[in-house]
Design a protein around this ligand. Structure first.
Ligand SMILES: C[S@@+](CC[C@H](N)C(=O)[O-])C[C@H]1O[C@@H](n2cnc3c(N)ncnc32)[C@H](O)[C@@H]1O
Length: 294
């Protein structure tokens, strides 16, 4: 089949209009990203650039547009998302990394200024690995342990770690913090204690999941969102064990939901953790809570 030589804008204009009609504000950018993915991966496209495209590629592009019209986020269609300094692969069992979670990385950098120190980091509920791998990229002498109940998400972390040259400093722990002795097993298997624990656990109250945007409730995995009745289930399982697996003076950096800071802080205090700071996200919501291990 012959290739067409066509101006990008002529090709995507009807598709932009379809996306705009259903309220997608980023319609033009989305179309260029999907077209770029169809043609040559990772090539930026400009509206008034001429391209060579086959009938088959046009068909593939239009199918991607259909997915977008059905409400699928661009990151889910392309199976990748930018976070901190890297492009992370994602899959159906990983949360789509959020810009607000970069607050957690900024907070760790603020508390640990010496980037050459050798830190043991535990990423509890690692998803795509966006948090732990971003820290490994910053702290070149450190090691990270990625802990998740989803085996498929750990496969993505392995693949991202390989792409970024961080595999050798990564360990993968397929485990569940609902298991009574997860802390003891971790200590026994890896014979280590941690300087830093980071965690963005599921913290949305179950009843609120249905009220979230369609892009979130339909395409982010339920297990990555569901925090139980009041959103705090994961913190209830995690917090009591932390002192046992952390070095003295170690620090815990939790991502938290809006308005959860006081309840989580007092839970920490009950188990020997000292709340030492909150950090706000891009919308001014307290998003990160830091504990020190006494
Ligand atoms: C909100 S997502 C965070 C993912 C990633 N850290 C991020 O910030 O994008 C929560 C993660 O916790 C994992 N998770 C949920 N329940 C778990 C459990 N009981 N034990 C271990 N991991 C769990 C989910 O599979 C998911 O990857």
């Amino acid at each position: 089949m012959a290739n067409k030589n066509i101006d990008v804008y002529t090709l995507i204009k009807p598709e932009i209009n379809k996306l705009k009609k259903i309220g997608i504000e980023s319609a033009s950018l989305d179309c260029r990203l999907l077209l770029s993915d169809t043609l040559i991966k990772n090539t930026k496209l400009f509206n008034h650039q001429n391209i060579n495209i086959s009938e088959n590629e046009i068909k593939i592009f239009k199918n991607l547009i259909k997915e977008r019209l059905a409400g699928k986020p661009i990151s889910r269609i392309l199976k990748k998302k930018n976070f901190w300094k890297k492009e992370f692969k994602i899959n159906e069992e990983t949360l789509d990394p959020r810009p607000d979670s970069e607050t957690l990385i900024e907070t760790v950098l603020e508390f640990y200024k010496d980037k050459l120190q050798s830190l043991k980091i535990l990423d509890l509920g690692s998803g795509s690995g966006c948090l732990g791998l971003s820290l490994l990229e910053e702290y070149k002498n450190s090691e990270a342990y990625f802990f998740d109940t989803s085996k498929k998400s750990l496969d993505v972390v392995k693949s991202n770690a390989t792409d970024f040259g961080l595999y050798k400093r990564s360990r993968f722990v397929h485990a569940d913090w609902k298991c009574e002795e997860w802390d003891i097993t971790l200590k026994k298997n890896y014979k280590t204690k941690f300087d830093i624990i980071i965690s963005n656990p599921p913290y949305i109250p179950t009843d609120e999941i249905d009220k979230l945007q369609k892009e979130v409730k339909k395409f982010d995995p339920f297990v990555a969102l569901n925090g139980g009745k009041d959103g705090l289930d994961a913190y209830r399982f995690i917090i009591p064990k932390l002192k046992n697996i952390m070095k003295k003076n170690g620090k815990v950096f939790f991502e938290i939901g809006q308005g959860q800071e006081n309840l989580i802080a007092s839970k920490g205090i009950n188990y020997g953790l000292l709340p030492i700071g909150y950090r706000k996200d891009l919308s001014g919501v307290n998003r990160v809570l830091v504990f020190n291990i006494k």
